[in-house]
Every structure is written in structure tokens, then in C-alpha cells.
Ligand binder design. Structure first.
Ligand SMILES: Nc1ncnc2c1ncn2[C@@H]1O[C@H](COP(=O)(O)OP(=O)(O)O)[C@@H](O)[C@H]1O
Ligand SMILES: [Mg+2]
Length: 478
């Protein structure tokens, strides 16, 4: 078989390190515009051309990103070399190698690769994948048996700090904190920043200065790839359980902390004193979930989310597809029978779009028919999120102004998933399952609290690249 010739731009210094690295899991990047996507698709194409019969899978989180970021550039790069099958999204090389492209929009989309065997898997923007998805993909990383020469299966990953996968990526590649059966030598990380992408620096200085003028914490994460500056979560204050370190410092056990509502936001339900006011907030949804939330407000202005109706079909971010009438009937029934709510006077606030009729009867009209009353919520997002965060913030005693009964499953599941928006840096990414958060925001805006004292930000002086040179020496064999 004749050799395959690829006409390529030469790799830049950090990309060369990525190309030469050898391990089972090789990751690259850690900051914006470090030449990650270029390195990923070029490496895949080179491997396919070099090893006859190689079976590769290249994944991104969504189809649109895959199309823009890889399909189009690969069509240009592989013109006259490999044939693209649009239906199966696969580039077929004359030497029998295949580069399949895929995406994992939903958690379970990853299952389609289960039981398959790929010699090489590429995960683009790995921090947007969940640990579950990563673990499923690892199982498909095994010899396809179709490569004509010896080849060790391997996975390539590119990433930025932040996203649902921040924690697992950071643990494996940045902190290098391994669990039983994980071998340190299997994991390699080549950090690269925009400053390492000389071509981009020259072509798009505008973008670089945009990165340089980001708010400090965001800048450290996005520009310098500081994994500690941004824990991925938009609500980084949110604690699912009492923080053991904080408890130790306060001289109490986590059980005591839980019982006294310290160092945690999720607590055990308790009986609501009869004089506490009760509120209902609502974010509408049909194809996407809707969220009805109930709050009790203590005399000292602490809010407790005591119950919720989450209108979903059990799949993350998929709505129950209930009509307005069905939603209202559910609310009426819930409030009539729920021990915290029955017989109570409830004040409601809702997504302001509930008053738009779309030519027919608005949700607010329908609610009125069922004697459910709402006032239009304040939809000014950034001040709203500031209210939520101010309530979440814990004082030196570990006390917040907002707690969630552990029975409020949806908000507890969704809150840690929220990440910053790529374009509106102060907002959260509203393409995520944020409905329970929106509903919470309407409630918090209805009950504004004065700004609370703020924690001092920790400044991280370390250069992330040092981490690489100190810890990573010696993994470049091959
Ligand atoms: N070695 C290279 N040769 C030519 N262009 C490159 C090279 N590396 C990166 N680029 C270009 O730099 C820009 C940013 O790179 P990209 O890989 O998209 O960055 P990232 O994925 O890290 O955000 C793109 O236009 C890309 O084509
Ligand atoms: Mg990219």
C-alpha cells in the first residue's frame, strides 16, 4: 500500500510535545486558544495516515461544535486523502484507517459507543464531559484488532478549566491524585496557553486583549489555565454537605454541623413554625422542565426551600410536556395535600414570560382560573444571581441565608452543574439545565437582602506551567 501524504501546517512547540507524548491518556491545553482543536484533529489525521487500519473516535459535547470545529476543517485538511461519509460521520482512509466523529449531548449518548473498540479516542473539551461519560469511553478504548502493526490504544484529551468535568480532569491531569488501580504513568498533561499559539496571537490580537481584560478570577482560569482559580461551578459557594475541614476548624463533627445548619446548604427537613411566611416561585417549561419551588422565610430572613415540583420526564433537561392546565392542577393538588403547605397562605412569583399569551391564554390566566396567584418576577439576571449567591454565602460561623431541604432533589442536582457562560462572563450558561435556578432567582429577587460581608479572594501566585515542569518530567518517551 502506498504511503499517505498529508499537507499540513507545522505544529508549534507545545503542539509538538503533544504529538510526541506517549501514555494511555494524553491531555493538552488548559487555557483558551492554546491551539487545542488544531492539535487534536491534526494528531488524529496523522495517526490514521501512519497506522493502517487504525480505528479512531473523535468526540465533542455537541453536534454543532463538532461540525464547526472539526468536520469543516477536516474536510479541507483531508481533501483528496480520505473520503467523508456524511451519514455515518466517518472519514475513511485508503489504508483502511477510520476517523469517526461523534458527540455526547446527553449523558446517555455515550452508551452508543459501549461495546465498541477504538484504538484511539479523542475527547475535545473534556471538562464538558461528565466523569460517567469518561468512564464509559475508557471501556471502549481497546485494540480494535484491525491495525496492521502493533499499536497501544490511547486517549487524547483537550480541555479548559471549568465545566461539569472540571473535578475529574483536574484530579487526573493537574493534581495527579490517583486512586487504587490508577497508574500515574498513564496520565500526561501538556499545558498550553494562548501565548503558546503564536499564529493565533498574530492573527487575532483582539481576542487576546479580550482575555486579558476579563475579571481577575476568570482571567486566571481562561488565560493562564489556573485550575484553582475556577472550580468550574458558578455557585462555588454551594455545599451539598458539611465541609469536613471547616467542621474540624470549628471543633464540631459533620453530624453536629448538619443538625445546626452549619457549613452546608442541604439540610434535613424540620417542621415549619406556623408564623413563618410561605412562598412559591415558578419557572415555566414544556419541552424543557418547569420548576415550582416552595420557600419558608424565618423571622431573621433566612430562606428555606422546603418542597419542589419539578416538571421533567426523568431525563436531565427534558420537560414533562404538560399543558398549562395540567401544571396548574398539579400545583393545586400538591398544595392541598402537602403537610407544609395545606391550609397556608402562599405568595407566588413567576417567570415574567408567564404573562405573555402567545395569542391564546397565558399561563398566568390559566393559574388564575385555578386560584393560584403569582406576581411577575424580576428577570434582571446578574443582580438576581448576586442575590442567590449572597444568600448562599456562609459567615464565619458557617451560616448561610438560604438552605434546601434534602427532599428538593432537582435543585440539589442542578445547582452544582451550573457553569459560567462563555460569552457573558458574569452570567451562567443558560444552555444548561438551569430551570430550578431561575425559579430560585425569582424568589430571591422578590426578597432582596442587603449585601453580606464578602470572603477575601485567594490569590494564586503559582505558575501552572511550573507544575508541569516539576511534576511531569520524564513522561515523553515515544
Ligand atoms: N500549528 C498551527 N498551524 C496553523 N494554525 C494553527 C496552528 N495551531 C493553531 N492554529 C490556529 O489557531 C487558532 C486557534 O487554535 P484552536 O486549535 O482553535 O485553539 P483552541 O482549541 O485551543 O481554542 C485556530 O484558527 C487554529 O487554526
Ligand atoms: Mg477548540
Amino acid at each position: 500500500m502506498g504511503e499517505i501524504e498529508l499537507k499540513l501546517d507545522p505544529p508549534q512547540e507545545k503542539q509538538k510535545l503533544f504529538f510526541k507524548a506517549f501514555a494511555r491518556y494524553i491531555s493538552y491545553g488548559g487555557a483558551r486558544a492554546g491551539g487545542k482543536s488544531w492539535a487534536m484533529r491534526t494528531k488524529m489525521a496523522l495517526l490514521c495516515a501512519y497506522y493502517p487500519g487504525l480505528q479512531c473516535l473523535l468526540l465533542r459535547r455537541t453536534f454543532a461544535e463538532l461540525q464547526e470545529n472539526h468536520v469543516k476543517p477536516l474536510l479541507r485538511m483531508l481533501k483528496g486523502v480520505a473520503k467523508y461519509n456524511t451519514q455515518h460521520k466517518v472519514f475513511r482512509f485508503p489504508n483502511g484507517s477510520e476517523l469517526k466523529l461523534g458527540y455526547c449531548d446527553r449523558e446517555e449518548d455515550v452508551l452508543q459507543y459501549q461495546g465498541q473498540a477504538y484504538d484511539v479516542i479523542g475527547m475535545e473539551e473534556a471538562t464538558l464531559f461528565t466523569e460517567y461519560q469518561f468512564n464509559c469511553l475508557r471501556e471502549s478504548l481497546r485494540s480494535s484488532g484491525l491495525v496492521k502493526v502493533p499499536f497501544q490504544p490511547r486517549m487524547y484529551l483537550t480541555m479548559n478549566p471549568g465545566g461539569v468535568g472540571h473535578a475529574w480532569v483536574k484530579r487526573l491531569f493537574v493534581d495527579r491524585n490517583y486512586r487504587e488501580k490508577e497508574r500515574a504513568e498513564d496520565y500526561v498533561f501538556i499545558p498550553a496557553q494562548v501565548y503558546d499559539n503564536k499564529i493565533f496571537m498574530k492573527n487575532d490580537p483582539e481576542y487576546v486583549s479580550q482575555l486579558e481584560s476579563l475579571p481577575e478570577k476568570r482571567k486566571r482560569a481562561m488565560l493562564y489555565g489556573d485550575w484553582d482559580a475556577f472550580e468550574g461551578a458558578y455557585f462555588e459557594e454551594f455545599k451539598l454537605r458539611p465541609d469536613p475541614k471547616a467542621c474540624q476548624e470549628a471543633g464540631i463533627t459533620p453530624e453536629e454541623a448538619l443538625a445546626t445548619h452549619k457549613f452546608t446548604h442541604v439540610i434535613k427537613p424540620f417542621d415549619i413554625p406556623h408564623n413563618w411566611k410561605i412562598y412559591r416561585s415558578f419557572d415555566w417549561g414544556y419541552a424543557r422542565p418547569y420548576s415550582v419551588e416552595y420557600f419558608a422565610l424565618s423571622p431573621d430572613d433566612t430562606a428555606f426551600m422546603i418542597a419542589e415540583i419539578y416538571g421533567w420526564n426523568g431525563i436531565p433537561n427534558e420537560g414533562a410536556r404538560e399543558t398549562n392546565k395540567e401544571i396548574c392542577e398539579r400545583i393545586v393538588n400538591f398544595e392541598r395535600t402537602h403537610p407544609y403547605l395545606s391550609g397556608k397562605k402562599i405568595r407566588g412569583v413567576a417567570d415574567p414570560s408567564c404573562w405573555t399569551g402567545h395569542g391564546g391564554v397565558s399561563f398566568a390566566d390559566e393559574a388564575e382560573k385555578h386560584s393560584i396567584w403569582f406576581e411577575p418576577g424580576d428577570n434582571d439576571r446578574i443582580p438576581g444571581w448576586m442575590q442567590v449567591r449572597d444568600r448562599l454565602w456562609m459567615d464565619s460561623n458557617g451560616r448561610a441565608k438560604l438552605y434546601f431541604f434534602e427532599t428538593c432533589k432537582a435543585i440539589i442536582r442542578c445547582m452544582p452543574l451550573m457553569i459560567y457562560d462563555k460569552h457573558h462572563v458574569e452570567d451562567l450558561d443558560s444552555s444548561l439545565e438551569d430551570h430550578a435556578l431561575d425559579s430560585l432567582r425569582y424568589f430571591c429577587q422578590m426578597h432582596k437582602i442587603p449585601p453580606r460581608e464578602h470572603k477575601k479572594e485567594t490569590i494564586y501566585m503559582s505558575d501552572p506551567l511550573n507544575q508541569f515542569t516539576e511534576e511531569r518530567g520524564g513522561y515523553f518517551g515515544g
